[in-house]
Design a binder for this molecule. Sequence first.
Ligand code: NAG
Ligand code: NAG
Ligand code: NAG
Ligand code: NAG
Ligand code: NAG
Ligand code: NAG
Length: 348
Amino acid sequence: MMKSALFLSALAFFSSTKAYTIPQSKRTIDIVGKSRGSASHYSSSSSSSSSSYSSDYSSITDAEVLNYALTLEHLEVAFYTQGLANFSADAFAAAGFAAAVRANYDEILSHEETHITLLQSVLEEMGADIVQECTYDFSGSVDVASFIAMSAAFETVGASAYSGASELLSDRELLPAASSILSTEARQSTWIQSTVQHLNPWSGAFEVPLTPNQIFTIASNFIVTCPSSNPPIAATHAFPPIGIPTTAAPGASVQLSFDLNETSASDFSELFVAFLTSNGTIFEQFSSSDSYNVTFPTQEEGLLGTVFVLIVNSTTEAVTDATTVAGPTPLMFPFNATDPQIEALFPN
Ligand SMILES: *[C@@H]1O[C@H](CO)[C@@H](O)[C@H](O)[C@H]1NC(C)=O
Ligand SMILES: *[C@@H]1O[C@H](CO)[C@@H](O)[C@H](O)[C@H]1NC(C)=O
Ligand SMILES: *[C@@H]1O[C@H](CO)[C@@H](O)[C@H](O)[C@H]1NC(C)=O
Ligand SMILES: *[C@@H]1O[C@H](CO)[C@@H](O)[C@H](O)[C@H]1NC(C)=O
Ligand SMILES: *[C@@H]1O[C@H](CO)[C@@H](O)[C@H](O)[C@H]1NC(C)=O
Ligand SMILES: *[C@@H]1O[C@H](CO)[C@@H](O)[C@H](O)[C@H]1NC(C)=O
């Protein structure tokens, strides 16, 4: 039975069958226990007012959406530029990859650079200020395998970002360009996950669309600082991160760690863990009295492929920024289509 997860960002990449090392980011989350047994309040280091958590993107401009996309493209270009400088053709060969693999990464880098050129030229035409690249921390990329695992995550998260951002554009003429970048990111993620990693090529029938705040929450694990001259992207901020131990697996009892603020005015006594999967959202209740342990859904319940874990305070509506308390943290639960258990889930 497939019981493995590839963890991102501050967490770990591992699987029961593959020896991924653990890319540990500089950012550590160590607050479990801080308010164990007390009311489950929280705060974000980036915000003191709970009202700023309920974001409304109605005022976001097209230039801001394009600068948001450009922020992500800059991150990808920096990642591939560094990774290809770090890992030579010999290193790829020594790690067991055909020469075509590194050559395709060269092409991916060139595609991301072209996306930057396109976004910059559209922003220039609009007369908008243009975000410049930031400084980054890709310290999780320590060898060819972890570089490849991180690239799979960035491409998958990128496809989620473009999927979620499409509704924010007001000029419909921008949609073909945006969706053509989206489909390219998705092709890249498929190539990496299936041809390179021999894992599932997709998560399911749908990409999980994510909001800018959700994406910034994930990206903030890798962005160190951005130039102060960068134009702000209105209404965007990162949520508090969620730490998830490497023992997390479908069906397992898992202790989550996240930032708690006992003096916060908001009442978060009833919390839920939301798992955004390709097949929909799964909610699990959890509480401080259980030390914030949550039972992960099983593979049969939909914990397949890339899943985004959030802490929310409501199950009565779709997960939105307004109900988000912490996260998302992306997790990858690779699956193998010829595994009899997976075949049973997808008859025919
Ligand atoms: C490349 O190597 C440098 C120096 O070891 C390291 O700081 C950086 O995180 C690496 N980046 C990637 C993407 O491998
Ligand atoms: C909570 O989860 C951790 C693993 O993250 C496990 O070791 C511990 O036994 C769990 N506790 C309970 C009460 O289930
Ligand atoms: C905790 O929340 C209170 C009330 O919202 C706020 O004044 C305080 O700064 C927060 N503390 C931390 C450490 O974020
Ligand atoms: C997808 O969700 C539907 C409806 O909740 C459920 O019946 C089905 O079993 C799920 N499929 C998978 C593969 O998780
Ligand atoms: C959920 O949390 C948000 C802050 O993230 C708060 O504004 C909202 O009122 C809360 N909703 C409920 C039902 O507690
Ligand atoms: C997929 O599952 C089948 C059947 O369990 C197994 O023979 C095959 O080796 C697996 N492939 C991978 C890549 O794990």
